[in-house]
Design a protein around this ligand. Structure first.
Ligand code: ZN
Length: 194
């Protein structure tokens, strides 16, 4: 059993080092992305859509050339546990999702997903072994056609130097950068020497 180009155990290892912990969602995510890759016609350039911000984007980034940084992965905040891989120009693609009916057959995974048990009551080893045993068994596949225009990344446009912080920003954001318009997450900033 492989996940992308990894053996299952290698994938577990890579998840731990990349994600910081062995998240069950990323193990399921591995099967989701692997199945999508298998269903996608070979040798095509594809983009990815991930329908949740939690865990799944990391599975896409570990197993495909699609990343948030290169723009081939779009993350939609739908909160659905699903990944779509689609051909860049025509938009033909395959969508793989966690199927709630099939999930019922795996009680420990089901209660983890629906948070039916408190953490101490969870059997983590059983959870992991059920995920591994289930493999594609919790998933379903759909053929989809994506409207690529809808997902095209907005162009940055013209830039200027912000009069307040002195850093460059896109002028379409206004007469100063968004940070200086009050959106900065920093409550304190101190310049230091390199
Ligand atoms: Zn500024």
């Amino acid at each position: 059993m492989n996940i992308g180009s990894y053996s299952y155990d290698e994938y577990v290892h890579v998840v731990e080092s990349f994600h910081g912990s062995l998240a069950p969602g990323l193990l399921i995510g591995g099967f989701i992305v692997d199945l999508a890759l298998k269903k996608l016609p070979h040798g095509e350039f594809f983009d990815a859509i991930c329908e949740t911000e939690i865990c799944l984007p990391d599975a896409v980034q570990l197993l495909t050339p699609c990343t948030i940084g290169n723009g081939w992965l779009r993350v939609l905040d739908f909160g659905r546990f699903a990944v779509t891989l689609y051909e860049k120009t025509g938009g033909e693609g395959v969508r793989v999702y966690l199927d709630m009916e099939k999930l019922n057959a795996w009680d420990e995974v089901n209660s983890w997903y629906w948070k039916l048990k408190k953490k101490p009551e969870q059997d983590y080893q059983l959870l992991l072994s059920q995920i591994r045993e289930a493999g594609y068994g919790m998933l379903s596949v759909q053929r989809v056609r994506v409207e690529p225009e809808k997902l095209r990344r907005e162009k940055l446009g013209a830039s200027a130097v912000c009069p307040e912080c002195g850093e460059a920003y896109p002028t379409k954001h206004g007469n100063r950068c968004r940070a200086c318009q009050g959106e900065s997450p920093y409550i304190e900033v101190t310049s230091t020497l390199l």
